[in-house]
Design a protein around this ligand. Structure first.
Ligand code: FAD
Length: 484
């Protein structure tokens, strides 16, 4: 096949979600020649952005991406990745990342919180239905907390949030990774959209660039760079890595498997409230709860897939309250080189789900839902990850067995986070950028010059490291990473 286009850079980054956008921004601001390749397009500013129609356009398989077991996965294919669809929630990285894997993100997290003004919404903005659930949980002895948000209410003119936030923010209050993409481009990064990266160019165990197919069958793009960063998300990156000669990628997966427990109340429902304004983490039993309901059209569609009686629930949509469960699920299933996904629930996952569903039901009833109206919705996944795990295929600096090839997205999570991922991803990506900038100056793009370290040795080193023996260089402690 003839090459359509050939380019060279210091760094090529694949995918512009929070992982890729952050690395691109940091490296471009440091004056590096960066090319950012994104499979989707930039749909912001289009009349359909933030509508149900738009959501179909920029969701993978129009939102109907299913695992073999029937779990529905939602992921965005456009600049900014899934942050176009996210609820704007921020959670600090779990403590185990520092304790078990010696990855200290404290300073990167603090820097990001300050920079993006991450803070909870003021109580009057939660909405009445959310406040009822918050109070009901408190009466039962569960102190829910106001969820920190990547939302700056003053940017919304006026602030106009609700379940529709998950279709794409139209009022402008929600930060998305598009903003880091914009900053990267302003700093000189070349953004190319409609580029579906297929594989990494590898020579003698070293990354040398990537090959992408240009959307619309327009040909092939080849970008040569001595350092490649995969940030195509928990589903995209392992497939690219498999096509690049690492068949172990994609074996096992985390999802923070999600279900919604909903019930019909006598008063107004939750659809006009900002999603996930308050939440509760039960780390002992491995789940998170938060207030959430689907946007009005998705609600009946999703439930239609799971039984003929369910669409009728739509008639009571305006009075429905919802609690979302996110499980800390075990690593299971995986993704094949053809993109087939399996994510079975383990016995522990089922037990956790049942535990969480019981609590959600009690809270909804206390908040005024009729007991016989409460139901548990279908299984979903909005956090596909853990497919190229730190401590197994990746070093703690997120390098793969292929020298010069890094991963900076949800693939690298060593365990399910069971909480919002984006703050952790931004912090991990800032840390990676700092590491890359601290290394010796990369060789000139396209020269094909060899680096000193033996790639096979690096691969063996990476494989030896299990989760209990994180790949921390000798003498290095968790605090060594802590300066942003
Ligand atoms: C409905 C919903 C609500 C959510 N709510 C929250 C929340 O409130 N808070 C939170 O922290 N998280 C939330 N999440 C999860 C969060 O959005 C994701 O975990 C996060 O965006 C993952 O970032 P990433 O960089 O790993 O990948 P992604 O965001 O998936 O970005 C990957 C990018 O790579 C591109 N790509 C894929 N394959 C290729 C390829 N082969 N070549 C080139 N480009 C490619 C994609 O188009 C995409 O732009 C939510 C997710 C969803 C779907």
């Amino acid at each position: 096949m003839g090459t359509y286009l050939k380019k060279q850079a210091d760094y090529v980054i694949v995918g512009s979600g929070p992982g890729g956008a952050t690395v691109a921004r940091q490296l471009a601001k440091a004056g590096k020649k960066v090319i950012l390749l994104e499979r989707g397009k930039d749909h912001r500013g289009k009349w359909y952005y933030g509508t149900h129609l738009g959501c179909l356009l920029y969701c993978d398989k129009m939102g109907m991406l299913m695992t073999e077991e029937g779990l529905q996965i939602v992921r965005g294919i456009m600049t900014g990745g899934s942050t176009n669809l996210y609820c704007g929630c921020a959670s600090p990285p779990p403590a185990w990342l520092k304790n078990r894997y010696k990855i200290n993100l404290d300073s990167f997290v603090k820097q990001t919180i300050d920079e993006l003004k991450v803070a909870p919404l003021a109580r009057p903005l939660w909405g009445r239905a959310t406040r009822r659930v918050h109070e009901a949980a408190g009466e039962l002895g569960y102190e829910w907390e106001a969820q920190p948000k990547f939302m700056d209410v003053s940017r919304g003119e006026p602030f106009d949030c609700g379940a529709k936030c998950m279709l794409g923010c139209r009022c402008g209050a929600k930060w998305t990774a598009n903003e880091y993409v914009d900053e990267a481009v302003q700093a000189g990064c070349e953004l190319l959209t409609g580029m579906h990266v297929k594989e990494v160019l590898v020579n003698n165990g070293e990354a040398q660039g990537v090959v992408a197919s240009v959307s619309g069958g327009k040909g092939t793009l080849r970008v040569e760079a001595p350092t490649v960063i995969l940030a195509a998300g928990g589903i995209g990156s392992p497939v690219i890595l498999q096509h690049s000669g690492v068949p172990e990628a994609g074996q096992g997966m985390t999802m923070d498997t999600t279900v919604m427990v909903c019930g019909e109340s006598r008063d107004e429902g939750m659809h006009l409230d900002p999603p996930m304004a308050v939440s509760f983490c039960d780390d002992k039993n491995g789940y998170m709860l938060s207030t959430l309901i689907d946007p009005w059209l998705l609600y009946p569609l999703i439930h239609t897939l799971h039984g003929p009686r369910n669409p009728l629930r739509f008639l009571r949509y305006g009075k429905t309250l919802g609690i979302m469960i996110k499980l800390k699920d075990e690593i299971s299933g995986g993704i094949t080189m053809e993109g087939k996904i399996s994510k079975p629930l383990t016995d522990q996952d089922r037990w956790r789900l049942n535990h969480a569903s019981n609590l959600a039901r009690r809270i909804l009833i206390r908040a005024g839902c009729k007991p016989d109206s409460v139901f548990v919705g279908p299984l979903r996944g909005t956090h596909p990850g853990g497919t190229i795990r730190i401590g197994e295929l990746l070093t703690t600096q997120m390098e793969t067995p292929i020298q010069g090839l890094y991963v900076s997205d949800a693939s690298c999570f060593p365990e399910a986070l069971d909480r919002p991922t984006v703050l952790t991803l931004i912090a991990l990506s800032k840390r990676l950028a700092k590491h890359l900038l601290g290394k010796d100056k990369p060789k000139a793009a396209g020269t094909g010059a060899k680096k000193k370290a033996a790639p096979r040795k690096a691969a063996r080193k990476a494989k030896k490291k299990g989760p209990d023996k994180p790949a921390t260089p000798a003498g290095k402690t968790a605090s060594d990473d802590s300066t942003a």
